[in-house]
Design a binder for this molecule. Structure first.
Ligand SMILES: [Zn+2]
Length: 273
């Protein structure tokens, strides 16, 4: 099973989420390119949408929601680790209301910005606010998030009041003694396609995550960022469209909603964070 997800945002570096100028690159052009590729190839995908972005691009998000599965990517794209529990809940509720108002659908899926969701208290907040499926936890350390899971396969998260959240994490591979990602963001942009294909073929379950900026060859040079952060957000963008085309040629993809229906959840582990 291969699951395709898009984090729909106009931010090109999670460090800049507070300061980045809205629509600082031609995000709608990049999104329309993606939608054309998906439509042409009959691809299902889930879009995790930033609430503030949706408010600025209501028509685009409504059009996407008519054909694709929608989840929340927070309202402000602030990192969970930088918010108090109360701030996190307010941000989540604002995103759910905004997305629900625009799409006329209940929003029951969530992915945290930068895989920054690591605390049980925050997972309880997701369950309390109606989130049924999460794609935020990881079995490796990210720039803004800790290793939370022991393995990168679907599992069930134990929440307060006997609630359960279904978790679909991104995949990892062991490389040079470390766990690294290979099918999302900067990893997907920079690793050779042959390596990505081999790793995906070795797994029964893969979750791919992409962003509009992964395809943006004209990312703004402004912003108070280190040289390393600039390289991280720009590396591999020129070859990303070709890589996506190869992925679509070589693998079948589905969205989170379909994956949730197909997984036998009784056979997955129950995890308590
Ligand atoms: Zn994001």
């Amino acid at each position: 099973m291969n699951v395709l997800t898009v984090d729909l945002e106009d931010i090109y570096d999670s460090l800049l989420s507070k300061n980045v100028a809205p629509n600082s690159y031609n995000v709608s052009k990049r999104v329309k390119q993606l939608l054309d590729v998906f439509a042409h190839n009959g691809i299902k995908a889930t879009f995790f949408v930033v609430g503030a972005f949706a408010l600025r691009n209501e028509e685009l998000v409504y059009e996407i929601s008519k054909h694709y599965d929608i989840g929340s990517h927070g309202y402000s794209h602030d990192l969970a680790g930088k918010m108090t529990a109360a701030e996190f809940e307010k941000d989540l509720q604002q995103s759910l209301k905004t997305l629900s108002d625009i799409t006329k659908k209940d929003i029951v899926k969530y992915r945290s910005p930068g895989f920054s969701l690591c605390k049980r208290e925050y997972i309880d907040i997701l369950a309390k606010n109606g989130i049924e499926t999460d794609c935020s936890l990881s079995a490796m350390k990210h720039s803004f998030g800790q290793k939370v899971l022991s393995s990168a396969v679907p599992c069930r998260l134990e929440c307060e009041n006997n609630k359960i959240i279904k978790e679909l994490p991104p995949c990892i591979v062991r490389f040079a003694g470390m766990n690294i990602g290979f099918n999302g963001g900067g990893y997907l942009r920079t690793l050779p396609y042959g390596l990505i294909k081999r790793n995906m073929n070795a797994n029964d379950y893969n979750l791919v995550y992409i962003h509009p900026y992964d395809f943006e060859t004209n990312q703004p040079k402004t912003g108070n960022r280190t040289f390393v952060r600039r390289i991280k957000s720009r590396a591999g963008v020129k070859t990303m469209q070709t890589k996506l085309n190869k992925l679509i040629r070589d693998f079948e993809f589905t969205d989170v909603a379909t994956a949730v229906e197909q997984i036998d959840w009784q056979k997955t582990k129950i995890i308590s964070i």
